[in-house]
Each structure stands twice: as structure tokens, then as C-alpha cells.
Design a protein around this ligand. Structure first.
Ligand SMILES: *[C@@H]1O[C@H](CO)[C@@H](O)[C@H](O)[C@H]1NC(C)=O
Ligand SMILES: *[C@@H]1O[C@H](CO)[C@@H](O)[C@H](O)[C@H]1NC(C)=O
Ligand SMILES: *[C@@H]1O[C@H](CO)[C@@H](O)[C@H](O)[C@H]1NC(C)=O
Ligand SMILES: *[C@@H]1O[C@H](CO)[C@@H](O)[C@H](O)[C@H]1NC(C)=O
Ligand SMILES: *[C@@H]1O[C@H](CO)[C@@H](O)[C@H](O)[C@H]1NC(C)=O
Length: 306
């Protein structure tokens, strides 16, 4: 089973350009590092990634998806989530082992992703009540089986692009219920600069920001020609779009044309740190970094720990 990489959506740079506005951003550096893992089936293990004991280190397993792949194309299952990551290398025992070795490590699961078996994954709930009920039940089982600590929300396509209310209530009530039940201790969202995506996640944020701990904004979805200065502007813009949020800077190590390079992304992290507003960094993804010696993971954690 194969679940592909993150965003695959064309970008709307002209739209972004008119939203840009200079502003002062309050915030402070923190030592939060997040690594997505398991979506590309390249055999990467938790123990392959160097972990600096001076950072707060989160893995996010990618992905759990509410689709059945018994048919072609796969069919939505209204909140009944299944596991679509590399469970051979990222098993319940592997989660327990890495958490036992490192007191600074926690493991979460990301919901959604860009595609399943090559088809887009849509957020497509039949009703709020039925979706939440199915999601709470299937995810509670999965989270307890794998000893996980949190969830990340990464839906990128939507069955009804205008229906922000259903997305807001489904996701908000899911996070709230899992937290109230003591099943998870943290939750994050992973939006990127696309008008539909932003309208969904900002509507969610407006009502449920108090129970969302991190904003894993996919800055690498900006174009390859993005400069460090522009990256910092985009970061400020997203901090204002998600007021009060712990917004992580990000870059990808997967070799993908047309997106911000890892070098530019890391330079932007250094600049944000020097301006005392780097909350944290996430990298997509460990699977891609495996063949590159995890140099960006080592540098990023050292920067956050310094
Ligand atoms: C845990 O630490 C032990 C001893 O250092 C090491 O042999 C083992 O590979 C580590 N396991 C993981 C999952 O990091
Ligand atoms: C949403 O689910 C319904 C019912 O399964 C299906 O008919 C429809 O095609 C789905 N929409 C998308 C965008 O997948
Ligand atoms: C969403 O709203 C736009 C603008 O009002 C409209 O053109 C479009 O048909 C709507 N789409 C759906 C799926 O309702
Ligand atoms: C990235 O992809 C390009 C084009 O396919 C290739 O030429 C280059 O060698 C790749 N780089 C790495 C580090 O894999
Ligand atoms: C962890 O970060 C500190 C601070 O930057 C650095 O001195 C140290 O070498 C790093 N440790 C590892 C194992 O990378």
C-alpha cells in the first residue's frame, strides 16, 4: 500500500501576493522539532534518525486515511480510519522502543495526506455526528494499539470546498473528544498557501485554536524561487493568519522540483532564529532523508538547541 507525498496542489501565488503585508510578529524561539515519517515506504526506522536530547522531538506517522482501497478508485469511509504507513518498520513495538530510549520523543499520526493509491484524498463527511463517531472510535483503537500521543490534521482536498462548517466541527470535535478522553495529549494542523485549504483551516482555527497545539505550515509549497527574505515574510503572514499559534517553519528533503529547496528552508530557519521568532522546525520527511545521512535533521536540531 502506498500513500504519496504531501501537497500536490497548484499554488495560487498571485492570491498570496495580494495578501502579503508587513507586520511585527511577537514570539520567541523554542526547541520544538517535528519529523514526518513512513509515507514513502523506503524502510526508514525511528532509530535511524539522529535525536538531539536538547530538543522536544516529535515524529508524525504518515498517514492514517479514512478510505478503503478494496476498490479502484479507493472509496471514502466517513471517518473509519486505516493505517497507511510503513508498519513493517514503524510498528507498535518500535514506537515503544524509541519512546523508552528518549524521554524527549513523542509520536503522533497524521490524518489525510495528498493521495491514496495515486488518487486524491478528500475530506468527505456524510454528517458531523457520524464522521466524528467513526473517527473517535477507529482512531482511539489505532492510537492505543500504536502507543501514540497526538494527531495531526493534513486533509488537502475537500469534497465540498465551500463547506467550512462541517470540516470545522468534525475536526474540532474529534480533537476535543480525544483530548477529553485522555487518548491524545496534543494536536497539530498542516495547512499550506492555497485559498481553499486556508479557508478550511482558518475557520477551524477561529473556533478551536485553544485545543490545537502546533501549526505545521507547509512552507515548502511556495515556489522554488522563494528567497530567504520572502520566506520570513510568509512566516510572518502565517503567524497572523493563525493568531496565537505555535507556527513551525518547514522544508522538505524529498527531491522535488518547483518547491523551496532544503537549503533555502534551513537558511530561513536560521534567519527566523536570529530574529527570535523561530517556534520550531518540521521536516518532510525522514523517508527522503535516509539516503542523505539526515544532515538537515542534525543541523536543524542543533540550531533549535543552541
Ligand atoms: C535504544 O538504545 C539501545 C542502547 O543504546 C540501542 O541498542 C537501541 O538500538 C536503541 N533503540 C532505539 C529504538 O533507539
Ligand atoms: C464523497 O463520498 C460520496 C459517497 O461515498 C461519493 O459519492 C463522492 O464521490 C465523494 N466525493 C469525493 C470528492 O470523493
Ligand atoms: C462554492 O462557491 C462558489 C462561489 O459562490 C460557487 O461558484 C461554487 O459552485 C460552490 N461550490 C460548491 C461545491 O458548492
Ligand atoms: C534530484 O532530481 C534531479 C532530477 O531528477 C536529479 O538530477 C538530481 O540528481 C536529484 N538529486 C538528488 C540529491 O537526488
Ligand atoms: C545538539 O545540539 C547542541 C546545541 O546546538 C550541539 O552542541 C550538539 O552537538 C547537538 N548534539 C548532537 C548529537 O547533534
Amino acid at each position: 500500500m502506498y500513500s504519496s507525498s504531501f501537497f500536490s496542489t497548484p499554488l495560487f501565488l498571485s492570491f498570496l501576493a495580494c495578501m502579503l503585508s508587513p507586520m511585527a510578529v511577537l514570539g520567541a524561539n523554542s526547541n520544538h522539532f517535528t519529523e514526518y515519517i513512513g509515507a514513502l515506504f523506503r524502510g526508514v526506522k525511528f532509530s535511524d534518525v539522529p535525536i538531539n536530547s536538547s530538543v522536544e522531538f516529535h515524529y508524525i506517522l504518515s498517514f492514517a486515511i479514512d478510505y478503503s482501497v478494496a476498490t479502484t478508485p479507493p472509496a471514502p469511509t466517513n471517518g473509519e480510519f486505516g493505517v497507511f504507513w510503513d508498519t513493517e518498520n514503524l510498528s507498535p513495538d518500535a514506537v515503544s522502543a524509541i519512546e523508552q530510549n528518549y524521554s524527549n520523543v513523542k509520536v503522533a499520526v497524521s490524518l489525510g495526506g495528498a493521495t491514496v493509491n495515486g488518487y486524491n484524498v478528500y475530506f468527505n463527511a456524510t454528517s458531523v455526528e457520524s464522521w466524528v463517531s467513526n473517527a473517535v472510535s477507529s482512531l482511539t483503537t489505532m492510537i492505543q494499539q500504536y502507543n501514540l500521543d497526538g494527531i495531526d490534521i493534513d486533509y488537502e482536498s475537500f469534497g465540498n470546498e465551500n463547506d467550512t462548517d462541517t470540516f470545522t466541527e468534525c475536526i474540532g470535535q474529534l480533537i476535543k473528544t480525544l483530548k477529553d478522553n485522555g487518548v491524545i495529549s496534543f494536536a497539530s494542523i498542516a495547512p499550506f498557501a492555497n485559498p481553499t485549504v486556508q479557508s478550511m483551516y482558518q475557520a477551524l482555527w477561529a473556533k478551536y485554536s485553544s485545543i490545537i497545539d502546533y501549526v505545521n505550515f507547509q512552507f515548502y509549497a511556495y515556489g522554488a524561487d522563494t528567497t530567504v527574505d520572502q520566506y520570513v515574510q510568509y512566516y510572518d503572514e502565517q503567524v497572523s493568519n493563525y493568531p496565537g499559534g505555535n507556527v513551525l517553519a518547514s522544508f522538505m528533503t524529498e527531491n522535488t522540483t518547483g518547491v523551496i529547496s532544503a537549503d533555502t528552508g534551513f537558511s530561513a530557519c536560521q534567519e527566523l532564529k536570529s530574529e527570535n521568532k523561530l517556534y520550531g522546525i518540521f521536516i518532510w520527511c525522514a523517508d527522503a532523508s535516509l539516503s542523505q545521512g539526515f544532515t538537515y535533521e542534525i543541523q536543524s536540531q542543533a540550531l533549535l538547541a543552541s
